[in-house]
Write a protein that binds this ligand. Structure first.
Ligand SMILES: CC/C=C\C=C\CC(=O)SCCNC(=O)CCNC(=O)[C@H](O)C(C)(C)COP(=O)(O)OP(=O)(O)OC[C@H]1O[C@@H](n2cnc3c(N)ncnc32)[C@H](O)[C@@H]1OP(=O)(O)O
Length: 267
């Protein structure tokens, strides 16, 4: 795999996002590699815990906005309905990729440092356990590219969040929030010192790996049956399939690439 590196250490499988020069942004290759790695891991019967980290300074700066215009592009000759159906299929495929961590049979621990933005949050919400460093920074940044987070965040983190008001503020504004706020939101379960992330998550992984893998498998099977998740994600895909063709989105992505300011017309 090009964008993910996997290393097995005893019962622990360490997966690393390997696009540090691109701030580990999500390219179409990364989506494909996430889908592929689930099979590799699930077919290896002595993997008891999976750790996911990102190489370099940042965990993940979200969707690769340099590649995004190609990712969203559909043939001009298609009518609106056909474009919408094809974009629905694409969103479902990306949802499948970003739900990979919940489809891994073993518990998954994620370690986050630096920025974790947009799709990066979608990805980590499908993990079992999330630790971050003191200086980690988060943003539910989809709003800044004129779209709604469509691959997990609204469903896994938003619905039934005990801090719903803070959650809504963060989704409507896309403002950067720190590790303490991430903790209070339930996005993160432990903040660790900047230089101790790997030590802490490996320590935790070793503890879980010492437990019965059958019991861990059973627990994961139960706790990942989030009520109505599939239908919620499907509603999201059916809603966003039209959003992909707004000028809001293309104007926002162009503004990022050209360091300009996007224009959003009235509803
Ligand atoms: C559609 C369904 C699937 C997934 C949907 C996901 C939605 C999202 O993920 S929305 C969020 C998308 N991401 C962003 O909006 C992040 C944009 N980037 C930033 O805000 C900042 O760059 C930063 C990450 C906060 C870092 O800031 P700073 O330290 O000041 O560095 P910069 O000079 O801004 O960036 C360095 C270099 O990296 C490039 N870059 C940064 N982010 C992205 C990105 N997401 N995609 C592509 N490239 C990115 C930036 O353009 C710079 O490149 P240069 O070539 O050096 O100019």
């Amino acid at each position: 795999m090009q964008t993910l590196i996997g290393t097995k250490k005893g019962y622990i499988y360490h997966l690393e996002i390997n696009r540090p020069q691109q701030l580990n942004t999500m390219s179409s290759q990364l989506f494909q590699d996430f889908k592929a790695v689930v099979d590799i891991i699930n077919k290896t019967d002595d993997i008891r815990v999976v750790i996911l980290t990102g190489r370099g300074k940042h965990f993940c700066a979200g969707l690769d906005l340099k590649e995004a215009p190609q990712m969203f592009q559909l043939p001009d000759e298609l009518d609106q309905a056909r474009k919408s159906i094809r974009s629905y299929d694409k969103i479902k495929d990306w949802q499948l990729a970003m739900n990979s961590l919940s489809r891994i049979k073993a518990p998954v621990i994620v370690g986050i440092q630096g920025y974790c933005l947009g799709g990066g949050i979608d990805l980590i919400t499908s993990a079992d356990i999330r630790y971050c460093t003191e200086d980690a920074k988060f943003s539910i940044k989809e709003i800044d590219i004129g779209m709604a987070a469509d691959i997990g965040t609204l469903q896994r983190l938003g619905l039934q969040n005990s801090n719903a008001s803070l959650f809504r503020e963060l989704t409507y504004t896309g403002r950067i929030f720190n590790s303490q706020e991430a903790l209070s939101l339930g996005l993160i379960n432990k903040i660790v010192k900047n230089d101790q992330l790997n030590d802490e998550i490996f320590k935790l992984a070793e503890l879980i790996a010492s437990k019965s893998p059958v019991a861990c498998y059973t627990i994961k099977n139960i706790v990942t049956r989030e009520s109505n998740l599939d239908s919620q994600l499907d509603v999201m895909a059916r809603t966003n399939m039209a959003l992909f063709f707004t000028n809001d989105m293309s104007s926002a992505i162009t503004a990022f690439l050209t360091k300009g300011k996007p224009e959003f017309p009235k509803l």
